[in-house]
Design a protein. Structure first.
Length: 198
């Protein structure tokens, strides 16, 4: 049986994703605390920095999120939340985003989900669920992740095995001088015209 500590932490993960788009800073603003306080609530209880969600904080979270009193103290994972998650799990676009995200993290030197969480200002649980394709990423989440990686959001959704998509390093391309970009565009158009005519 889950402890009240674990129930409240799991419910906080759900609240962040459902009501605050996975952004810890949004909830922190409402609670009038620093974003790292939310991270401490979500961290493993084995860590020294961990903080349990106290009764007053649980009631405050419920109040500002407009949830019924004592909602934080009930295990909601066995009901609708689990069904919703399984319905949205393993989508094709989710798999593409997951694969691209994992690849870009390696290429761009982001060593952990925790590091990406800090850079993107998204909850680590949100990053984890996107990487595992257990939840659909919102547009805002994709934008925050892409920005943290120095990329464009659409790059996360390009299928790596699609031969109809031109493969190149978008990040390096963005750093080129405008004249070099024009040169590349001209060359692409030249090749297309060569094989398809005018």
């Amino acid at each position: 049986m889950k402890s009240i500590r674990d129930i409240r932490r799991d419910n906080l993960v759900y609240i962040l994703e459902k009501h605050y788009e996975g952004k810890q800073n949004r909830l922190a603003e409402k609670l009038e605390c620093a974003p790292n306080v939310i991270s401490r609530y979500l961290s493993s209880s084995d860590l020294k920095s961990h903080r349990d969600i106290s009764d007053p904080i649980a009631r405050k979270i419920e109040y500002i999120t407009r949830l019924p009193k004592y909602w934080m103290d009930s295990d909601h994972l066995g009901g609708n939340l689990q069904e919703t998650s399984s319905e949205r799990a393993n989508t094709v676009i989710g798999k593409i985003v997951s694969d691209n995200l994992t690849t870009f993290m390696m290429i761009d030197g982001v060593k952990s989900q925790a590091q990406l969480s800090v850079k993107s200002k998204l909850g680590q649980s949100t990053i984890n669920r996107i990487v595992k394709n257990e939840a659909s990423a919102t547009i805002d989440s994709l934008e925050a992740i892409a920005k943290a990686l120095g990329r464009k959001p659409y790059e996360l959704m390009l299928p790596p095995d699609d031969n109809n998509v031109l493969k190149y390093d978008h990040k390096k391309f963005a750093e080129l001088h405008w004249s070099a970009k024009e040169e590349i565009q001209d060359f692409i158009e030249f090749v297309i015209h060569k094989y398809h005519g005018k």
